[in-house]
Design a protein around this ligand. Sequence first.
Ligand code: ATP
Ligand code: MG
Length: 195
Amino acid sequence: VTQNETDRMIRMIQDLLHLSRIDAGKSELDVELVDITELLDHVLNRFDMLIHSTEYEDKKYNIERHLLDRPAFVEIDTDRMIQVLDNIMNNALKYSPDGGTITGRMRQTEKAVIISIKDEGMGIPKNDLVKIFSRFYRVDRARSRAMGGSGLGLAISKEVVEQHGGRIWAESVEGKGTTFNLSLPYVPFEEDEWS
Ligand code: ATP
Ligand code: MG
C-alpha cells in the first residue's frame, strides 16, 4: 500500500510540475516528423500486451483497431503524444466493464489526422463532457476515488494537444461508452517532392 501510494504521489507531483511548466511557457515541444499510424499501432500493441498480462487477463478486455493502411505524418513531440495516448487508453481500461472492447480508429481529412479511442464503459454525462478537461475535475467523486488517479490526466492531455495546434474532445452515451477524439494538423507528404 505504501509503495502504491508513494507512486501515486510521485505521479501527481510530476503532473503538477508539468502543468506549471506549461503555465510558465517553459514547456517546449521537441517536435519531429512522425508516422502517427505507426505510433498509434505501437501504443495499441503495448496495451494489447498489458490486457493479456496476468494482472488484467481475467477482465477479458479486447482491443480492436481500424487504422489507416498507410503512413500519416504529423509534427509531434513523440514522448508527449505517447503520454496523451497512454492517458486516454488508461482511462478507457479503467472505466471499461469486464469483457469490454476498446477500439482505436484513425481517419484523415485534408488538414488533419483524427484519432479516436472508444470504450464501452459507463460513459460521461453530457454536462461533464467539457469539464473533464479541467484540472482535478472528476465525474462522481465516489466512483473516481475507487478508481485512483488525481484528475490531471486529461487537463495535461488538452494542454499538450493544443501546444501541437490540435484539438481533443469527448463524446459519450451514458451507459454505453465514451469516445475520445484527437485531431492533429496533418503534414501532406508530397511523393514527387524530390523528383
Ligand atoms: P489521472 O489521469 O490524473 O490519474 P483521472 O483518470 O481521474 O486521474 P483524467 O484522466 O483527467 O483523470 O479524467 C478525468 C475524469 O474524467 C475521470 O476522473 C473520470 O471521471 C472521467 N473519465 C475520463 N475518461 C473516462 C472514460 N473513458 N469513461 C468514463 N469516464 C471517464
Ligand atoms: Mg486519467
